[in-house]
Ligand binder design. Structure first.
Ligand code: 6PG
Length: 232
């Protein structure tokens, strides 16, 4: 397990390093196959990173954006991840609308899941490559995306590409999330880990011998392409 740790000492450095890593990997993907498929997680940590990234000099016309997970809520709700991305990254980054894919949460939940599944598969098939980059956080219970421990078997197999999950941790209990295989299949995984709580969860996970049902990030970390930007 080769992990690329980037330890930072301040909020400014944390944001700058995260933006630099994302910018380099986006540029590398565009150089390699003239496009970049970028999957974004939500949460509070990435806000400043996405805002700053949107201002960077990147050929956004070649970038394709999708969500790693979404809360099942109206897209104009403060808790919506698509609202987060639209008000940060997409406030400055001129990504063509046709290159942006968010779950349609106006649909009934399971229709939203199947609609997002087919559209995301279509985006990947059209690109001809697996997603280049996914950003990830780490919840205090060890979740990534909306894969909440104990992660159900259906989220750990190829049974689903996207699935709905539920949580009692947050106000919005119904979620739409990529299955773990799909997250792990991305070429690059970038974790944003800020604060003592994240350090404690990380250390608990690394000391634990429990598997991906308890710690879904373990499957992601098995790949050789994880970068962890920390401020702790
Ligand atoms: C979400 C995220 C979720 C997040 C973690 C960490 O929709 O909330 O996808 O998986 O990454 O909960 O969130 P913070 O960055 O807010 O700690």
């Amino acid at each position: 397990m080769l992990l690329n740790f980037i330890h930072t000492e301040s909020d400014e450095e944390f944001t700058r390093e995260a933006v630099d890593v994302l910018k380099k990997k986006i540029a590398s993907a565009i150089k390699t196959h003239n496009s970049c498929m970028l999957g974004l997680s939500g949460g509070s940590t990435p806000k400043l990173i996405y805002e700053q990234l949107g201002k960077e000099d990147i050929d956004w016309s070649k970038v394709f954006i999708f969500l790693v997970d979404e809360r099942y809520i109206e897209s104009n709700d403060e808790r919506s991840n698509q609202k987060l991305v639209r008000e940060t990254l997409l406030k400055s980054a001129m990504v063509p609308e046709e290159n942006i894919l968010f779950p349609d949460t106006t649909l009934p939940l399971e229709d939203c899941v199947s609609d997002y599944t087919s559209k995301l598969k279509e985006m990947i098939d059209k690109q001809g490559f697996l997603p280049d980059i996914v950003t990830l956080g780490l919840g205090e219970d060890g979740h990534i995306a909306s894969l909440f421990p104990p992660v159900p078997e259906e989220a750990l197999s190829d049974q689903h590409f996207v699935l709905s999950t539920q949580t009692d941790q947050f106000e919005v209990k119904d979620r739409i999330t990529l299955a773990l295989n799909v997250i792990a299949s991305a070429q690059n995984h970038i974790f944003f880990l800020k604060g003592e709580d994240k350090k404690n969860v990380w250390e608990e996970m690394m000391e634990s011998d429990e598997d991906e049902h308890r710690w879904p990030a373990k499957r992601v970390l098995e790949s050789e392409a994880s970068t962890l930007i920390t401020l702790w």
